[in-house]
Design a protein around this ligand. Structure first.
Ligand SMILES: NC(=O)c1ccc[n+]([C@@H]2O[C@H](COP(=O)([O-])OP(=O)(O)OC[C@H]3O[C@@H](n4cnc5c(N)ncnc54)[C@H](O)[C@@H]3O)[C@@H](O)[C@H]2O)c1
Length: 254
């Protein structure tokens, strides 16, 4: 079993599907997990689930689009727990489901701000903490749509391609400082985000075709993404940096 004992690990988007499953997996592997999310009720639910299984968690309500809030959260981690060993930057929102020429500037800004700029803010302050501690491991949740496109998702596709660029650039900058930076590219994973999308009129009809695009014959589970993030955060992946790990049932292989 992969071990994260004595590690302090941040997970953003910890109230939701992939984030919550990851908090549970990392705590089971022995980590102290620091959870960031703007959904406070969801954070409390995750705390209850983890603590009832004997895991160690600490919740910090935080909107990742607010740089000062992100900085304060990471300062709190360093003050309370001394060292930040790893981070899973996973919080994100879905596309506005419109063709490019119908996307408002406000919708574009909102999606880029959460899915790309929010990841930048988190990485910036996590790196700051890790530089003082001799290294660490950062994992960013991109998407298969960080590598290819689907219809009516240019805001999300652009943001997730940006996350891959940010991941590679940071791996180059901080490899010499012992900080590894990798991305995960999930295919469709059964989470509240996908439930919301499946209820959208202009997206629901794409669902069967999307399922058929997964050669493994089904959508993924949040725990399957969590397992990949756990490996990338651990010493088991010590020579892996700047990489994009597809966890997509073969979506990108077609
Ligand atoms: N579910 C999928 O099929 C799928 C596929 C590829 C990539 N992803 C990516 O995986 C990540 C997790 O998605 P999910 O499916 O678990 O979604 P989800 O909606 O179930 O969970 C996302 C979590 O992020 C939090 N969040 C959103 N905006 C935030 C903000 N500004 N500040 C702090 N927290 C914020 C939400 O409160 C929620 O708890 C996202 O980055 C998403 O783009 C998901």
């Amino acid at each position: 079993m992969i071990d994260l004992k004595q590690r302090n690990i941040i997970v953003t988007g910890a109230s939701g599907g992939i984030g919550r499953a990851s908090v549970i997996a990392f705590a089971k592997a022995g980590a102290r997990v620091i959870m960031l999310d703007r959904d406070v009720a969801g954070l409390n639910d995750t705390v209850e689930i983890v603590q009832s299984n004997g895991g160690s968690v600490h919740a910090i309500p935080c909107d990742i689009t607010d740089e000062q809030a992100v900085k304060a959260a990471i300062d709190e981690v360093v003050e309370r727990f001394s060292v930040l060993h790893g981070a899973f930057n996973n919080a994100g929102i879905e596309q506005s489901h419109l063709p490019l020429h119908e996307i408002s500037a406000e919708a574009w800004d909102r999606i880029i701000k959460v899915d790309l700029t929010g990841v930048f803010y988190c990485m910036k302050h996590q790196v700051r903490a890790m530089l003082g501690a001799g290294g660490g491991s950062i994992v960013n949740t991109a998407s298969a749509l960080g590598a290819v496109a689907i219809a009516a998702a240019s805001d999300y596709v652009a943001a997730k391609h940006g996350v891959l660029g940010l991941t590679k650039a940071a791996a180059v900058d901080y490899g010499p400082h012992g900080i590894r930076v990798n991305a995960i590219l999930p295919g469709i994973i059964e989470t509240p985000m996908i439930l919301r999308l499946s209820q959208e009129d202009n997206f629901a009809n794409q669902f069967q075709a999307l399922r058929d695009r997964h050669p493994i014959g089904r959508f993924g589970k949040p725990e399957e993404v969590a397992a990949a993030a756990l490996w990338l955060l651990s010493d088991a992946s010590s020579f892996v940096t700047g990489s994009s790990l597809s966890v997509d049932g073969g979506y990108l292989a077609i």
